[in-house]
Write a protein that binds this ligand. Structure first.
Ligand code: GAP
Length: 528
């Protein structure tokens, strides 16, 4: 919603972070991750043979496994481990009034502007933000120059706070931000255009400064339901999964005999017609969310907000990614329906960005649906002997962003002792697309038969792969590149004593084990 976007915009640039110092290097890594994802069957551009469709991606053979494993990991933590959280899978299409009640029809907007020279469309606020980034880049240059000049004795923090040129840039940034946020808050579209003109922002494509007026652009995709002769009506592709949960609050509560506090969780597709969609799967037009609405007694929502803040961070950290890659970003400026909000941000190769939102949404959504539907959406609390509309704490995680976080963190380029190099995806074994590869050392002497036998015995329990093509070293590299934690190799000794080697991906260490133990060893290690 516009209010949401404004609040987010504010948070995004509130704390000037200087991560862009290492941006060039990270951009390089980001490019490598994107090309690795394509080369090894994780993510493909959608409809690529037709030159792709902007900000839409397909998940390939390993991508879908990783994605399914992430979903299962989240579902287990949220639904299986909490007896008071139930899962649902609601439809993408919903009654159009849902989106009126939720506020999306009126306010799920971003300000857009067209350049008359190039005919390209931009998000007006992002053009201004890019300008801010350019000034931040100038600060970064000053810092790099000074670091070279002062050498070891350089105190970056002190330099940033005392250097007059940097102070000038910072003042300029603050001034731009103030004008932008004031205009956004007041829905002052003319004010945003004046700011773009005052900053002399040119179209990155045409270089022209000839802009149209700024207009609001609703991010929902609309389509028609029913054949035209029946009298078609306009419906929307849901822009979030949360509303499917709110409208089923009574159904789940009654059929599940739930008592407040309880939660409803869902994983599913959401669609947003993002004006500017870039940065690979970070901002897509079709994406997936993993959301949970937790219904609580009014007055207890802030306690539960703190609880879920902590729980959700623990979940992220449980995937073995270093803690410094995550941070909370508490919102100072709240959307009108929220009384507390935070983002869990992740240090993507494009910098720290929102991964998950945790919001205390008060009784705004249930109240709105109560009003628009005319149905009571209340809970009778036997302890208080009264009925009320529960308050809601929401945890809302982007599945594709989680995928990107895990993928970019796992991507590792290593130089080995023998001088060779490898790319290894250091994925948590439980998330790895393929858990075990079974490889005959050579394609003769009965080794393929034995390896196939082992593969067949493992495939019902684990996602396995059999591979006999190319030299064994190349096959190990292929498995490293997709993150397979274990490789089982059948060699000459196997045929004599029924043992195989088990190779661990990260250490590349090999142990000899008996065939009968393979399944139990792998299942124990995957759970570790
Ligand atoms: N129900 C609340 C809600 O939808 P949001 O902050 O708009 O809140 C939640 O979205 C999460 O969904 C974000 O933190 C992000 O991970 C993901 N998300 C939102 N827009 C996205 C997009 N265009 N592409 C990929 N993920 C997106």
């Amino acid at each position: 919603m516009l209010t949401v976007c404004r609040a987010k915009l504010w948070q995004d640039t509130q704390h000037i972070n200087y991560y862009f110092y290492s941006m060039a290097n990270n951009e390089d890594i980001f490019k490598k991750v994107i090309s690795h994802a394509k080369e090894y069957g994780f993510v493909f551009p959608s409809s690529e043979i037709y030159d792709g469709l902007s900000a839409v991606y397909d998940y390939g053979q390993y991508g879908v496994e990783l994605k399914n494993n992430i979903k299962a990991y989240w579902w287990k933590a949220m639904v299986q481990h909490h007896e008071n959280i139930l899962g649902v899978d609601t439809a993408i299409f919903m009654h159009p009034t849902v989106w009126k009640a939720s506020g999306h029809v009126d306010a799920f907007n971003d300000p857009m502007i067209d350049n008359k020279g190039s005919k390209k469309r931009y998000r007006a606020d992002m053009l201004v933000e890019d300008q801010i980034s350019k000034i931040e880049g100038k600060i970064a240059k000053e810092v790099t120059k000074a670091a070279k000049r002062f050498g070891e004795s350089f105190d970056e923090q002190q330099f940033i706070t005392t250097n007059p040129r940097v102070a000038g840039y910072k003042e300029k940034i603050e001034d731009i931000k103030k004008r932008l946020y004031t205009a956004m808050d007041n829905n002052d579209l003319a004010g945003i255009k004046t700011l773009i003109e005052d900053l002399e922002i040119a179209c990155p494509v045409s270089g022209s400064r000839d802009w149209t007026d700024v207009r609001q652009f609703n991010l929902m995709f609309a389509t028609q339901m029913g054949s035209l002769s029946e009298g078609a009506s306009e419906i929307y592709l849901r822009p979030e999964t949360a509303q499917g949960i709110f409208v089923n609050f009574l159904n789940v509560m009654k059929s599940g005999r739930m008592k407040v506090p309880f939660g409803i969780a869902q994983i599913g597709k959401a669609f947003r017609n993002e004006i500017v969609a870039r940065q690979f799967i970070f901002r897509m037009r079709e994406f997936e969310q993993m959301e949970m609405q937790f219904f609580v007694r009014p007055g207890e929502e802030l306690k539960w907000f703190e609880y879920w803040k902590e729980e959700r961070m623990k979940w992220h950290l449980s995937m073995g990614i270093p803690a410094e890659k995550y941070r909370f970003h508490d919102h100072d400026k709240l959307a009108h329906y929220a009384n507390a909000a935070t983002d869990i941000e992740f240090d993507f190769p494009i910098g720290f960005k929102e991964l998950e939102g945790i919001h205390s949404r008060t009784d705004f959504d249930l109240n709105a649906h109560q009003e628009y539907s005319g149905k009571k959406l209340q809970y009778f609390d036997p302890e208080l002997d009264q009925s009320y509309v529960p308050y809601v704490v929401e945890t809302s995680l982007g599945l594709d962003r989680t995928f990107l976080a895990i993928l970019s963190n796992a991507f590792t380029e290593e130089k080995l002792d023998d001088g060779s190099e490898r790319i290894v995806m250091k994925l948590l074994p439980v998330l790895a697309p393929i858990k075990v590869a079974v490889l005959p050392l050579v394609k003769k002497d009965g080794m393929p038969n034995k390896a196939r036998e082992i593969f067949d015995s493992l495939k019902t329990d684990f996602m396995c792969q059999y591979d006999e093509k190319d030299a064994i070293g190349r096959r190990y590299r292929r498995q490293d590149a997709i993150g397979t934690p274990y490789c089982i190799t059948v060699d000459h000794q196997t045929l004599e004593d029924n043992t195989v080697t088990i190779r661990e991906r990260d250490s590349m260490k090999q142990d000899r084990i008996i065939i009968e133990e393979i399944a139990s060893i792998i299942s124990t290690r995957i759970k570790e």
